[in-house]
Ligand binder design. Structure first.
Ligand SMILES: *Cc1c(COP(=O)(O)O)cnc(C)c1O
Length: 343
């Protein structure tokens, strides 16, 4: 029997329909703008988020990096949450690629205080860097898949407009947020000038992300994608999966949230753990007995369960389409058994 893999929703594999779509995909050289499947995916993504244009990129990281490159110039500053993906997990791309520095704000549950954002915006003046971008992340990965409320997004957006600063939304899991909030994703995207989302996570595609924004922004972003070596050729083979994902894989994310909820209900009864109630598909479990996360992860693995950690004292479980409700039940048993070892 294989492992129950709750390390990430990135482990999901393409569906049969995706594999068939790949086989049949009409393709051309995207460098000449001639891949009809890529063009269609970019157009559909833009429509879905109510933006003018879209750009297919190989990964969420590339989409974020291209966005930062496009909005900023070297020596400028961007405001972002201290545990945001762009700051935390993109190998220092901010400084290496865009030459910008980060103004970090430690958020509460992924949400930066709006007053703190306001204070972080630099005044004009000879000695100050220019604040050229504010980044939001929805859902917030390291805050355990936390959904930023629409009212919060609107507040930050209005503030940013007072200062004429664009907002980039790292919406790797924007559809998890939209399913949770029961609003179309464009109601969230409305409060950002550019949005990146991933096809390769809960939506099940083998790879790929989209960056959407104004026509002018995407034109410039296309150039920056080229600069990072992300120009594509017959990428319709991959983009075809994205089209299937946007049509068939969004609504079912609800099921992943239900799986996370079931795990939560179980884990919260185990007293060596302190688990945060999940809104979406990421479970953040704090270990209270002083044992390190890696000890648990090894024991889970020995019993057939894969998970990962946020840090030495916090476990991470991510639910997705390729783990069944039965496997969630088995995962509970394994978690219980391992927790008994360390009472
Ligand atoms: C996964 C993720 C990304 C990056 O996507 P990759 O395709 O893995 O590069 C960006 N932001 C958030 C919030 C993520 O969870």
């Amino acid at each position: 029997m294989g492992y129950i893999d709750l390390r990430s929703d990135t482990v999901t594999k393409p569906t049969e329909e995706m594999r068939k779509a790949m086989y049949r995909a009409e393709v051309g050289d995207d460098g000449y703008g001639e891949d009809p499947t890529v063009n269609l995916l970019e157009q559909k993504a833009a429509e879905l988020l109510d933006k003018e244009a879209g750009l297919f990129v190989v990964s969420g990281t590339m989409g974020n990096q291209v966005a930062v490159l496009t909005w900023t110039n070297p020596g400028e500053e961007i405001i972002l949450e201290a545990e945001s993906h762009i700051f935390y997990y993109e190998a220092g791309g901010l400084s290496a690629n865009a030459g910008v520095q980060a103004f970090l704000i430690y958020g509460e549950d992924g949400l930066m205080d709006v007053e703190d954002i306001k204070k972080a915006i630099r005044p004009k003046g000879r000695v100050f860097p220019k604040t050229s971008l504010i980044v939001l992340e929805n859902t917030h990965n390291r805050a355990g898949g936390k959904v930023l409320p629409i009212s919060y997004m609107r507040q930050v957006y209005e503030l940013s407009k007072d200062y004429n600063i664009p907002i980039h939304l790292d919406g790797a899991r924007i559809f998890n947020a939209s399913v949770y909030l029961k609003v179309p994703a464009k109601e969230i995207a409305k409060y950002a000038d550019s949005v990146m989302f991933c096809l390769s996570k809960g939506l099940g595609c083998p790879m790929g992300s989209l960056l959407v924004g104004s026509k002018e922004f995407i034109e410039e972003a296309r150039k920056n994608r080229q600069r990072l070596g992300g120009g594509l050729r017959q990428a319709g083979v991959i983009a075809s999966c994205g089209l299937v994902a946007l049509e068939k894989m969004i609504d079912r994310l609800e099921e992943d949230h239900e799986k996370a909820k079931r795990l939560y209900e179980f884990i919260k009864e185990i007293d060596i753990f302190d688990v945060k109630k999940p809104e979406t598909n990421i479970l953040k479990v704090k270990i209270k007995n002083g044992k390190e996360a890696k000890v648990f992860l090894e024991d889970f693995k020995r019993n057939g369960l894969l998970a990962t950690s946020f840090d030495e004292e916090t476990l991470r479980f991510v639910t997705h389409k390729d783990v069944s409700f039965d496997e969630i039940e088995r995962a509970k048993e394994i978690i219980y058994k391992v927790s008994k070892l360390y009472k």
